[in-house]
Design a protein around this ligand. Structure first.
Ligand code: PBG
Length: 331
């Protein structure tokens, strides 16, 4: 052994907590989190979702209370998804355009309760409103029509903006919808309403509990493979992101999250735009099931997975663990 062996000891900086703190490359804070919430009708209603243990649907008053909680926790944005009453669902998803639908009521309630202390992100897609559970209009064979759907999405987005939405998040994967929505927002005086595009959204098996939560799961026949991306593809994600940026997206999203961190990292390396990731319902359920089975410590699993998104290059993460994680981070 020579006197200077080993020259480099990477364990040296790991030896004490103060040093690990000093050398940490990535930070996770509550400001990195976006909290998805499910809205349901009624008053004073909380409906637990069996496939998402710990997550509930809330009536509008409960959503406003969650928004106040988010402000207190330092969470900057709430994402809204409606569980539209089944008698209001139809082939065309017309309820999406109702200025008094659950989404619009929830947006207004949050703005009344919190003003601009919190941002409201709204999902644009027709699946919570259609009787067939697809994200768009279908033809006789069940194929989702692109351009006809885009026209509907434009109206849906403007309806949400009129109610006070801050960030429009189209999750439908139709071609050309970002440009159409951007133009409509500009023409209707909503030039400061942002668009966070679900740019690289995959046809994933991880969305099951979400579909239970918005009540579309039982309605959906077939799959969404003719519009959501093939999980085998990565070059195509780059093309999707490039198009959405060119069409006017302010930020882009990769979805699902953990199994797609390579996409997050590649998108971040390729473009100078904020990239967000969605840790989706099936991922949440997986973590909860692992913790319940004693396969890992829940809090540690939550914080490690969320930190991994930051390390991969994400500006922030949509996660059902947002409130819990923020509480842990706030100590
Ligand atoms: C629908 C939409 C989905 C999710 C967000 N928006 C489901 C789908 O595409 O079928 C999934 C989110 C999750 O699983 O947590 N437009």
């Amino acid at each position: 052994m020579t006197a200077c062996y080993p020259n480099t000891r990477l364990r040296r900086t790991r030896a004490h907590a103060w040093s690990r703190n000093l050398h940490r490359e990535t930070m996770l804070t509550p400001a990195d989190l976006i909290w998805p919430l499910f809205v349901t009708s009624g008053k004073g209603v909380e409906e637990p979702i069996a496939s998402l243990p710990g997550v509930s649907r809330w009536s509008v008053d409960g959503i406003a209370a969650r928004a106040k909680e988010a402000v207190d926790l330092g969470i900057p944005v709430i994402a809204l998804f409606p569980n539209t009453p089944h008698d209001l669902r139809c082939e065309q998803g017309a309820e999406a355009h109702n200025p008094d639908n659950l989404m619009c009521q929830a947006i207004r309630a949050i703005k009344d309760a919190c003003g601009n202390e919190i941002g409201v992100l709204t999902d644009v897609a027709l699946d919570p409103y259609t009787s067939h559970g697809q994200d768009g209009l279908i033809d006789a064979g069940g194929y989702v029509l692109n351009d006809d759907t885009v026209a509907m999405l434009v109206d849906q987005a403007v309806n949400q903006a009129e109610a006070g939405a801050d960030i429009i998040a189209p999750s439908d994967m139709m071609d050309g919808r970002i440009k159409a929505i951007r133009m409509a927002l500009e023409m209707n005086g909503h030039c400061n309403v942002q668009i966070m595009s679900y740019a690289a959204k995959y046809a994933s098996a991880f969305y099951g509990p979400f579909r239970d939560a918005v009540g579309s799961g039982g309605l959906l026949k077939g799959d969404k493979k003719t519009y959501q991306m093939d999980p085998a593809n990565t070059d195509e994600a780059i093309r999707e992101v490039a198009l959405d940026i060119a069409e006017g997206a302010d930020s882009v999203m990769v979805k699902p999250g953990l199994p797609y961190l390579d996409i997050v990292a590649r998108v971040k390396a390729a473009f100078d735009v904020p990239v967000f990731a969605y840790q989706v319902s099936g991922e949440y359920a997986m973590i909860e099931a692992a913790a319940a089975a004693g396969a890992g410590d829940r809090d540690a699993l939550v914080l490690e997975t969320l930190l991994a998104f930051k390390r991969a290059g994400a500006s922030g993460v949509l996660t059902y663990h947002a409130a819990h994680a923020a509480r842990l981070l706030n100590g």
